[in-house]
Design a protein around this ligand. Sequence first.
Ligand SMILES: Nc1ncnc2c1ncn2[C@@H]1O[C@H](COP(=O)(O)OP(=O)(O)OP(=O)(O)O)[C@@H](O)[C@H]1O
Ligand SMILES: [Mg+2]
Length: 416
Amino acid sequence: MIMRSTPSNEILIAADLGTQKMAVAVAEMAGDGSLTLLGVGEGVSAGMRKAEVTDFGHARAAARMALADAERRTQAEVSELYLTMSGTHLASRNESVRVATSPDDEHRVTEGTLEELQQLAAHLPLPRDHAILHELLRGYSLDRGVASPNPLGTHTEQIEAHYHLVTGKRTRLQTGVQCVSDQKIRVKGCTFSSYASGLAVLTEEGKQRGAVVIDLGAGVTDVSVWRDGAVVHSCVHGVGGDHLSQDLSIGLEIPYARAEKVKRELGTVTLAAEEQDEKITLSREISFDGRTFYKEAMVQVLQARMAEILEIVRDDIEAQGLWSAVEGEVVVTGGGARMRGLARLASEILPRPVRIGRARDFLGEQGDLERPELAAVLGTLRYAAEHEMKEAGRPQGLKKLSQSIGRMLSAMRFLA
Ligand SMILES: Nc1ncnc2c1ncn2[C@@H]1O[C@H](COP(=O)(O)OP(=O)(O)OP(=O)(O)O)[C@@H](O)[C@H]1O
Ligand SMILES: [Mg+2]
């Protein structure tokens, strides 16, 4: 069997260490940046709480299992990967940086000017214990505030670049990275999970018109708001599908793992009229006394918690004054998006149309694209492809610069 390896940049690998599952996606990138999904390795998580590592040994062992599963399924040999990150320690803010162009060059905006702006953004002051995960470009302004999406070659005395920064606690990010890296495996870059999910499920038009991506995980709910093709707000709420299972466990007086099973198999957050009087009898392997209850009672429990999560998301976007920027839709990803009736409930609570996310534009294995819980890891592959293409297109000198102090690895400044 031929083992494929990553350093050629043809094989890209992304890992997502979630609260409930660990996923490792492998794709082949063609010269034009298009991706063919070769397969996804998976494993049950351990040592994670609210998307953060709480038991390093267990989390590392679980990550190894998912990595080995990916290698087995795709015959890829993992030596470099991109990692998806989340956790309530993440924070975001919008910042602008400015430089004057040189009169010697007739005030022309060059690659060097844009690189300088990016370096300024990458080195903006942060809280002492934070590191930058992303500085995402939102656009440029030239003299007198004239907006320019692509200012290269224009003449202006000053240029301002607008960035969306996502930062996280250095030590927490470091722990995540170290869960997968060793002498053999190097983490090449990291993504914020909801940004990654957006890369997987949104169209270019959707990103322009304004969209909200809600990644409903087990421990956390990650949100990114997009407008004019860029992310304008990112947030991690410490609530997720685990809470629904916990509530059901208490309500039905059954252990958590069984409540999780009932939720997945029978759960719904909206009740159809014909289900009003429907009763559910739990099998004896779920509940010792084979309990019977009205479906409506279960729906009330699940609906109350799901509505609470959606209201938290809605109110945060409201507090940021961003709903008016969202002319498009809300897209829900993460395993929580599988909850029956979710799109309907979310459409009642959120002020925009809601759909469940499906990853787009991958060749190869199509079945995995339908799985909303894989959106973040698949979007991280998309990010990896963009990053690799950018690196390949850079002039040699800049490439060197970017490798030593540039974004992805210096996004990993905390590794130094
Ligand atoms: N069919 C289903 N119906 C309802 N909920 C589901 C279903 N399938 C999965 N879930 C829920 O989705 C959540 C897991 O989603 P996901 O795999 O995206 O989480 P994760 O990435 O491991 O966690 P996090 O992002 O919080 O770290 C769990 O709460 C699980 O119960
Ligand atoms: Mg997740």
